[in-house]
Design a protein around this ligand. Structure first.
Ligand code: GTP
Ligand code: MG
Length: 547
């Protein structure tokens, strides 16, 4: 027997039977209702003294029956690609008469229903029928259009299917237009929360936009929300979520990315309330790391961090798991998709942990050998996109090209270089830092950062050409401190070829450091000199033949 949803408690067996019989009904696929169905629904609601709701698919088949208002119908999930409507419509009764409640309309909108119909019932007889459809995208007024009510039989001539298909066509045309304007990629709405940080919140959102772009997404809209305190359940509150849902509809976006971290429960709640895919900052960064991890070790590290983050977010059974959908946040390293079967996932975590231990041992051995040979190590650190890789390449005259993407480097590269008057050194490149470095990543990148701990001297690369340099400098120093790194730093103020001279003076005045352009090769002599001095001060012995 098919299940009857909603407020069924206290119903008699015979009444339940009548409700179950509704599953055998079928409407013509292009009609809102038929006189027979209207009458049956009206009578049944009257008898039960409760509203009755039907969920119908596009073929006119009854998919779900519920006692109660439209919100009692659990509407099946759809995939996240949302240029089109859900293919479901609701037909339900209003016992106290009157048109749509706010809740009816929000069920329509939230689930992208084809249509929502409400049938007034008077003395057991069907009366007026109300019909609402979603508005065409970018309509100025409401997100839904409520058609003038007519007596239920008067809807006979109305071609519902035609109206739905026309709306869908308009939605996908709008989607194509936006794609031409903004380029291809998963369309994302960015949500930042300003808890009183002022410009920092603004800068944080800007950085999130950069991260979305690096992850291959398109920022379809952004919203900075001012809050004194966060709502523990929904973070930004119900009203704001509705606004975002509406913005997503008009901007053809399928994903909400939050500029801070969500608890698993918050993420689920917001997904349920908006019907959108929800990602937080850590997931976004992990996703980028996954795209950029190239060596087997880096890949294992990233995947492990992703799976650990994912685990508590996968509650329960198959249905929840499938919510993961595709796209940003679901990609593992090396073009794989993340494992979402809970038991297999645990196995995978175990396997990766073991593999990483083996890598760590090998790396330790390599370091030991270097130490035996007495080659000093210089680690290049700095905020993501500061120019670390480019600088190391310039200093060592080998290695990989820099890339104008965040987190281009996810493997601890090492290159040999030569310092006049000192001899051979080994430069190691590192993964970029970022403010509020996700905890999950700090542990995952232990290996890379261990290399930093082994270094005799660090070159801290700071992009002097972009705003907020002082702040980025501080973030990097804080992370280093947190790792217990004590080696002396040589600061390189990079990208002076495109920085305003005044900014460079200002930074030099505040922080000291050598002004360089890794790209053009300016200032490298002086930088080498300072590195050499720092190494000598650390007690490194010059190699005899280098003098
Ligand atoms: N104009 C200018 N651009 C530079 C300079 N140094 C690096 N860049 C550019 O900055 C971008 C980032 O350089 P990378 O060397 O990849 O930076 P990174 O710090 O290694 O970045 P991640 O590894 O992603 O954290 C690239 O587009 C470089 O070409 C410079 O001195 N001047
Ligand atoms: Mg790099």
């Amino acid at each position: 027997m098919e299940k009857v949803f909603g407020r069924t408690s206290g119903l008699k067996k015979s009444e339940l039977k009548k409700l179950t019989n509704l599953y055998r009904r079928r409407l013509p696929k292009d009609r809102v209702t038929t006189p027979e169905v209207s009458r049956t629904l009206a009578q049944l609601s009257w008898e039960l003294r409760r509203p009755v709701s039907l969920l119908l698919d596009r073929e006119g088949r009854v998919v779900r029956v519920a006692v109660g208002d439209a919100k009692e119908l659990p509407i099946p999930e759809r995939p996240y690609v949302e240029t089109r409507l859900s293919g479901y419509r609701v037909l339900h009764t209003h016992l106290s008469g009157g048109g749509f409640s706010r809740q009816d309309l929000s069920v329509l909108f939230l689930n992208r229903l084809d249509a929502m119909a409400a049938l007034e019932v008077q003395e057991g007889e069907p009366g007026l029928l109300h019909l609402a459809l979603l508005s065409p995208p970018r309509a100025r007024e409401e997100d839904w259009q409520v058609l003038p009510p007519r007596p239920h039989f008067a809807w006979q001539e109305f071609d519902l299917l035609g109206a739905v298909l026309a709306l869908e066509e308009e939605l996908s045309r709008h989607g194509r237009l936006l794609e031409v304007r903004d380029g291809q990629g998963e369309r994302v709405l960015l949500v930042g929360v300003d808890l009183g940080e002022g410009w920092e919140a603004e800068a944080g959102l800007e950085e999130m936009a950069e991260l979305v772009r690096t992850a291959g997404g398109v920022v379809a809209g952004r919203s900075l929300v001012f809050r004194k305190a966060l709502d523990p359940r929904t973070l930004v509150g119900l009203g704001k979520l509705e606004e975002l849902k509406s913005l997503a509809y008009h901007q053809d976006a399928s994903t909400l990315v939050f500029g801070l971290d969500l608890t698993p429960a918050q993420a689920r709640e917001i997904e349920a309330l908006t019907g959108l895919k929800v990602l937080d900052r850590t997931q976004l960064i992990l996703d980028i790391f996954a795209l950029h991890a190239r060596t087997p070790e880096a890949q294992a590290q990233v995947e492990l961090a992703q799976l650990r983050y994912l685990l508590p977010r996968l509650v329960g059974k198959g249905k929840e798991l499938s919510r993961l959908g595709g796209g940003i946040g679901t990609r593992g390293p090396g073009e794989t998709k993340l494992e979402v079967d809970r038991r297999r996932l645990l196995e995978r975590i175990h396997h990766l942990t073991e593999r990483l231990e083996a890598y760590a041992l090998r790396r330790q051995e390599a370091r030991r050998q270097r130490r035996r040979q007495g080659v000093p190590v210089v680690a290049v650190v700095g905020y993501t996109n500061a120019g670390k890789t480019t600088l190391m390449r310039a200093l060592a005259k080998a290695g990989e090209e820099g890339e104008d993407k965040l987190f281009a480097t996810l493997r601890p590269l090492t290159r040999k270089g030569f310092l006049p008057g000192l001899g051979e050194v080994v430069y190691t490149d590192t993964v970029g830092f970022i403010r509020h470095m996700p905890e999950a990543l700090l542990t995952a990148f232990r290996a890379t950062l261990e290399e930093v701990k082994e270094a005799q001297v660090l070159i801290h690369v700071l992009d002097a050409s972009r705003e907020g340099a002082l702040e980025r400098h501080r973030v990097v120093e804080e992370v280093l401190e947190g790792l217990g790194v004590e080696a002396p730093r040589v600061l390189a103020l990079n990208k002076i070829d495109r920085a305003a001279p005044y900014d460079v003076y200002y930074l030099q005045d505040r922080l000291g450091g050598v002004a360089v352009s890794a790209l053009k090769g300016t200032g490298l002599e002086e930088l080498r000199l300072r590195v050499k001095e720092a190494l000598l001060a650390q007690g490194v012995q010059p190699q005899a033949w280098a003098l």
